[in-house]
Design a protein around this ligand. Sequence first.
Ligand code: ADP
Ligand code: C5P
Length: 247
Amino acid sequence: MSRNISGLNGIEGKTPFLIGVSGGTASGKTTVCNRIMEKLGQVDMDQTERKVVCISQDSFYRNLTPAEIILAEKGQFNFDHPEAFDNDLIFSTLSDILAGIKCQVPTYDYCTHSRVQGQSITIYPADVVLFEGILVFYVAKIRDLFHMKLFVDTDSDTRLARRVARDIKERGRDLNSVLNQYMNNVKPAFEEFGLPTKKFADIIIPRGADNSVAIDLIVHHIWDILHLKKMNGAEMTPASIQHPYLH
Ligand code: ADP
Ligand code: C5P
C-alpha cells in the first residue's frame, strides 16, 4: 500500500507522518532520529507537548519462556530473528498511532531481557512519529504502514566497535558475550533478515548521523509535508515545529 500526501489527511486530520528507520545494530538509528528531532526543535519539551516522537522496535521484544531466558543469559538467544519481536503488538500499536489514538509502549530492559513490569511509556498523538529498529521493514503489513522509509547504512566494523562499547557500558554485557552473540546470531541474522530489507528504503543514509546533508534534506522534506498539510486545511498544524533553516 502506498501513501500520498492527500492520504495523510486521515481520521479527523490527525494521522501522523509515520517514518520507519532501519539499519544494522549500532548503525546510528537512534542517533539519526535524535538529530531529526533536534532539527525540528522537539527535544527540550514535555512529552505531552511533543509534535515529533520516536519509538524503538526494541520496546516490542516478546516475553521469553523460562527456557529462553536461560539461553538469553548465556548470550545464546537469537534477538536478531524476526520472531523475537511481538509483531502483532507492533502492528496494532502503529495502527492506533495512525488513527491518532493515545497508546502505551512497553519499557524494555536489556539486562533482564524482559519488559519492565508495570512500566510503560505513553505515546500522545503527534504530527511525526519515528519508529526505529533492526527489522522494522521485515514484516510486510508493518512495512506498508510507513509514509517514509529510511535505512541507516554504516560500515560493519564501525557498528561492531560501537556495539562492543555500548553493550558493555549500557547493557550489562562482557566482551566475550558481545563477540560470541555477534558472530553466532547478530551478524548472520542481519545478513539473512535485515540487510535484504534495505531495498524497501526510500532513502539510504550512508555514515548515519555523520551525514548531516542527508539529515538536513530529510528534515526539510518532513517540514514541507507538514506545511502542505496545514495549507490544505488539515487540523494538524506544524506551528510548533521549527523550520530547519529558520533557527
Ligand atoms: P542504533 O540505534 O542503530 O543501535 P545508536 O544511535 O544507539 O545506534 O548508536 C550506537 C552507539 O554508537 C551509541 O553509543 C552512539 O552514541 C554511537 N554513535 C552513533 N552514531 C555515531 C557517530 N556518528 N559517531 C560516533 N558515535 C556514534
Ligand atoms: O539498538 P540496536 O538496534 O543495536 O538494538 C538491537 C540489538 O539488541 C539486536 O542486535 C539484539 O542482538 C540486541 N539485544 C540484546 N539483548 C536483548 C535484546 C536485544 O543483545 N535482550
